[in-house]
Design a protein around this ligand. Structure first.
Ligand code: SAH
Length: 340
């Protein structure tokens, strides 16, 4: 059992089982999730005897920095982390005016098969544990000696295909005895696993929901995102509207711009029709090229003109500033090519 994979309640029952007093649970949880201490012997308010029992009974789920790439054009840093079983995952540190953020992976590889995305090329290796989700944030916070303000679960993997661990991750990272990051500072990006959007609403997870929309008609979306066939657009938008109602959070629709495919006036019309009753926001992302997909980003002029058309149609829209392109840290370029 991994000590850093346990919720506060689970730590209580686990340490009681090995005969430690209940009050130790809070102390241990704080050491791990607030002080980010991995080494039991440095947990100074524990007795030597209790440290001994803890060491004997629980492992710590470690990840380590395999490689770190620093951008020359901005403050972006990409980390390749090695997991206990030697899988390699990627996380990205991003510095914004409003604070420091990390983009974390939710799975080693991905099963979704989106045609424009590098992360899915080798399929899914496995789900990450909550402790592995947390460690990506902790390792970066420690390495850069900073305070992470927000987390986006937008690296490789489909977070809603790893729902239970995602839920556990959110409960621990928002805990006041942990990093105490507000739910409102957590964004989860999904290609649209409809039933799990309802579950997240029921479970009150309260994160910002981002949907990889990328096309505004069923026919076009099917060509990009295989999961779209199982979770039709109409159902997806309904689920998102329900999420907004329940959580009070406006949904963000991410829309990759692919030259000549989804950037015309017809696409503006379809988007307008699709989102006409939704309280939402559209984030345009110029496609980042990958060799396995033939599409390319439209010209800057065309991107501006698509943006202006959406705004004219009263759709809240922004164009995403791409960070870290020189170190392959941009969306869709996180690839599983370091697995040994
Ligand atoms: N599976 C989740 C999260 C990972 S993808 C999801 O689908 O949302 C994170 C974001 O990067 C998504 O919006 C995804 O569509 C986008 N993305 C993937 N490949 C891309 C590419 N080549 N260029 C730009 N964005 C891309």
């Amino acid at each position: 059992m991994y000590i850093n994979d346990l919720t506060p309640q689970e730590i209580v029952s686990s340490i009681e089982q090995i005969g430690l007093p209940k009050y130790r649970a809070d102390q241990v949880f704080r050491w791990i999730h607030k002080s980010l201490e991995r080494d039991y012997s440095k947990m100074t308010n524990l007795s030597a005897k209790d440290i001994h029992y803890l060491k004997d009974s629980f492992q710590y789920d470690m990840i380590s920095i395999y490689k770190k790439l620093e951008s020359n054009v901005d403050d972006t840093k990409k980390y390749l982390f090695e997991l206990g079983d030697r899988n390699i995952i990627e996380s990205v540190f991003l510095r914004y005016d409003f604070g420091d953020s990390v983009c974390i992976s939710s799975q080693a590889g991905c099963n979704m098969g989106c045609v424009f995305c590098a992360s899915t090329l080798g399929g899914k290796e496995r789900n990450l544990r909550a402790s592995e989700l947390l460690e990506q944030v902790y390792m970066i916070q420690k390495d850069l000696n900073t305070r992470i303000d927000s987390v986006v679960v937008m690296g490789s993997g489909e977070p809603l295909d790893n729902y239970n661990n995602l839920k556990k991750f959110i409960s621990i990272i928002t805990d006041e005895n942990g990093l105490n990051i507000s739910k409102r500072k957590i964004t989860v990006s999904t290609c649209g696993i409809v039933d799990k959007i309802y579950t997240a609403a029921e479970d009150n997870l309260g994160f910002n929901l981002a949907i990889s929309l990328h096309a505004a008609t069923q026919e076009k979306r099917n060509k990009l995102i295989p999961a779209s066939k199982k979770y039709p657009l109409k159902d997806l938008i309904e689920a998102c509207d329900h999420y907004t109602q329940k959580s009070g959070r406006r949904v963000t629709y991410e829309y990759i711009l692919i030259d000549g495919f989804n950037d015309t006036e017809d696409d503006v019309k379809s988007l307008k029709e699709l989102l006409k009753n939704s309280n939402c926001h559209v984030n345009l992302i110029p496609l980042n090229p990958i060799s396995e997909f033939e599409g390319k980003a439209p010209s800057d002029l065309q991107i501006r003109s698509f943006y202006k058309s959406l705004v004219k149609n009263k759709i809240n829209t922004t164009i995403r500033r791409e960070l870290g392109r020189d170190i392959n840290a941009a969306c869709g370029q996180l690839r599983n090519n370091y697995i040994k």
